[in-house]
Design a protein around this ligand. Structure first.
Ligand SMILES: [Zn+2]
Ligand SMILES: [Zn+2]
Length: 267
């Protein structure tokens, strides 16, 4: 059995945990190390037992704790070469990731770690580089795509393969339009290297999800330009227009921005 925990999801910090038997990994490490340690320990998952850390991209909300995980806890950090360079150039990483802790990932090439087969895929976003992850465990496929500028064929493929899927629903298009952000920021978010809206997320699910999708977790909701209930309603309504009923065809959860979202059992 595999367990999944979201420790935080959104611009204030992203971090996801997966455990199978004695093996566990983190995907992204964008929350402060003390908090990361405390949350895992509260759920009975000692941080010392985490086997490796996989990073999607080098924005502060995904990498804050990465230097601590590498240097103080000796965790190997997996990322593409460009992301590794970006991590060490980022203002938020006071502790850098030394060469000894770096593991280099190549898009489309699988890495085996205990029961996890982890394959990064290209995601369009305005960082040094950005990947999503396809993680195969016990015959199940768990895919994660956060900070998604547009649904490219690689992202569509991951959605189609997933039994469990973490997918961005960053903003409501109307709220972003009417909201307080300056035009350059609105344009950045809307661009093909920005973030996925609730509407784009729903269309992607309706178009590419297979009948084998069991559960989707909406992630990286904006605090200013979205609301959990609005995201749920919007995505549900669009899916319904395609004849897809959440709760029946697949389950849907909204990941909390600042607090852990329980432990989900994937089986
Ligand atoms: Zn982000
Ligand atoms: Zn980002």
């Amino acid at each position: 059995m595999t367990q999944f925990l979201s420790l935080g999801s959104g611009s204030s910090g992203n971090c996801y945990y997966l455990k199978n038997g004695q093996h566990s990994i983190l995907v992204d490490a964008g929350i402060p190390i003390r908090e990361l340690r405390k949350i895992l320990s509260n759920y009975g998952f000692p941080i010392e037992q985490v086997g490796a850390v996989f990073i999607t991209h080098d924005h502060a909300d995904h990498i804050k704790a990465v230097g601590h995980l590498a240097n103080e806890l000796g965790k190997p950090i997996y990322a593409t070469e460009k992301v590794h360079i970006g991590i060490n150039n980022n203002y938020c990483t006071t502790l850098k990731v030394t060469e000894a802790s770096r593991r280099y990932l190549y898009k489309g090439e699988a890495t085996q770690l205990g029961p996890f087969t982890i394959t990064p895929f290209e995601v369009s976003h305005d960082s040094s580089d950005c990947v999503g992850y396809k993680i195969e465990i016990d015959g199940l496929t768990f895919c994660l795509a956060t900070d998604v500028g547009e649904v490219t064929p690689a992202v569509a493929d991951a959605i189609g393969q997933a039994n469990y899927l973490v997918l961005e629903a960053n903003h409501d298009t109307e709220m972003l339009e009417q909201g307080p952000y300056p035009p350059y920021l609105k344009n950045r978010i809307r661009s093909t290297r920005g973030h996925l809206s609730n509407q784009q997320c729903a269309e992607a699910l309706a178009t590419y999800a297979s009948p084998n999708l069991r559960q989707v977790f909406l992630c990286h909701l904006s605090e200013e330009n979205n609301h959990p209930e609005l995201a749920r309603k919007t995505v549900e309504a669009i899916l319904r227009s395609y004849g897809i009923i959440t709760g029946l065809d697949f389950q849907m959860e909204i990941l909390n921005r600042q607090t852990p979202t329980g432990v989900f059992e994937l089986n």
